[in-house]
Design a protein around this ligand. Structure first.
Ligand code: ZN
Length: 367
């Protein structure tokens, strides 16, 4: 008899996931099999699974789940340097290894990129989606050994299941050069990306972290993490640009991390851009779609930059894990709400209310 496992699968876009019994996958030569302990549930998931966005869903029915952490249960024949029993996070970013971008060492720009267990970015993503057709809402999943982040004992699986959004914020702060003494503004700090950015900015040495958001209560929770370094503005309480300038010594911020998302208005981003200091950089990670009316002359005169950042490398994931292990990145403030595998649709329903902030909704497939 073939060994089986339970996996939550998407059969039809927009319908609840079904818990199916399917054959236990075998890891390929360069892969490992992970016994999944936790997999994160993120705000955008319902929209992706609805199939109404531009994203390419995997062939259905599909085993899904984006941010998995667990224990290495089986090792492929060509894998070295990974031991059974290792505690790991799986970076779900799939890249082809052969396109011009991958060859140049920039897999985050891969023309065939896809998220394992989630979606593909382009028409060329299908082969990678077929090669890795298992997600983290399952008792087991195979993953390429090169995409494993080794977890220190002090980082729980539930915390690691938040690494996707944490890593997106971390990579964006790194590309913006955030470090000792940085002054940064986070537009949309109450969301999952924004709250993660606040935790990272604290760990990376930023001395002024100016958070803008709608939810007064969540902003207060975030300010309490470090009242001397974090200041917050509830949208509508004061004009954004003036408030940022007043709280950054009148000179402006080094970095604007723009977490405003698909449905957000570009007005706040525009106002915050006005508070970038000379040579400053804005990075969007929220996938804002509304058009932004900028004047390029201001970018020329003040040598400003505006760029995007989409995910993070496995190396950056490892840095994050090491920072969390050393206590530089404090993940103990996360408020985890865990669901068993059977409760995956309840978890997806809860995330619809966009609790954001430090709330960390996960599924534990071993329950
Ligand atoms: Zn590629």
């Amino acid at each position: 008899m073939t060994a089986e496992m339970r996996a939550a699968r998407l059969h039809k876009p927009g319908e609840p996931l079904r818990i199916d019994r399917i054959a236990l996958p075998e890891p390929g030569p360069r892969d490992v099999l992970i016994e999944v302990k936790a997999c994160g549930v993120i705000p955008n998931m319902n929209a992706i699974f609805s199939g109404t966005l531009w994203n390419r869903l995997p062939p259905l029915p599909a085993s899904v789940g984006l941010d998995a952490a667990g224990v290495v249960a089986k090792i492929g024949s060509a894998v070295t340097g990974v031991a059974r029993g290792a505690r790991v996070y799986v970076n779900p970013w799939l890249s082809c290894g052969t396109c011009a971008y991958c060859r140049a060492g920039t897999p985050l720009q891969c023309v065939a990129a896809a998220f394992q267990g989630y979606f593909g970015f382009t028409d060329q993503s299908a082969p990678l989606q077929r090669a890795y057709p298992y997600g983290g809402f399952a008792e087991y999943m195979p993953a390429a050994a090169e995409r494993l982040v080794m977890l220190p004992d002090s980082v729980s699986f539930d915390q690691a299941a938040r690494f996707g959004y944490l890593g997106t914020s971390f990579a964006a702060l790194r590309c913006a050069g955030v470090g000792a003494g940085s002054r940064i503004a986070i537009n949309g700090m109450t969301g999952t990306l924004g709250a993660g950015a606040a935790l990272h900015a604290l760990g990376m040495g930023a001395t002024r972290i100016l958070g803008i958001g709608r939810n007064r209560e969540v902003l207060a929770q975030l300010k309490a993490l470090s009242p001397w370094r974090i200041d917050t503005l509830v949208l509508g309480d004061a004009p954004v640009g003036e408030w940022l300038l007043a709280h950054s010594g009148g000179i402006g911020v080094d970095v604007l991390l723009d977490c405003s998302g698909r449905a957000a208005s570009a007005g706040t981003t525009l106002a915050a851009l006005g508070a970038l200091k000379r040579g400053g950089i804005a990075v969007n990670i929220g996938a804002l779609t509304e058009k932004l009316a900028i004047e390029p002359i201001a970018f020329m005169v003040k040598a400003l930059q505006f760029r995007g950042s989409n995910w993070f490398t496995t190396g950056e994931g490892q840095l994050m894990a090491d920072m969390a292990g050393a206590g530089v990145l404090d993940l103990s403030v996360m408020q985890t709400r865990a669901y068993p595998l059977d409760g995956v649709n309840d978890a997806l329903a809860e995330v619809k209310s966009r609790p954001g902030g430090l709330v960390n909704i996960v599924v534990n497939p071993d329950r």
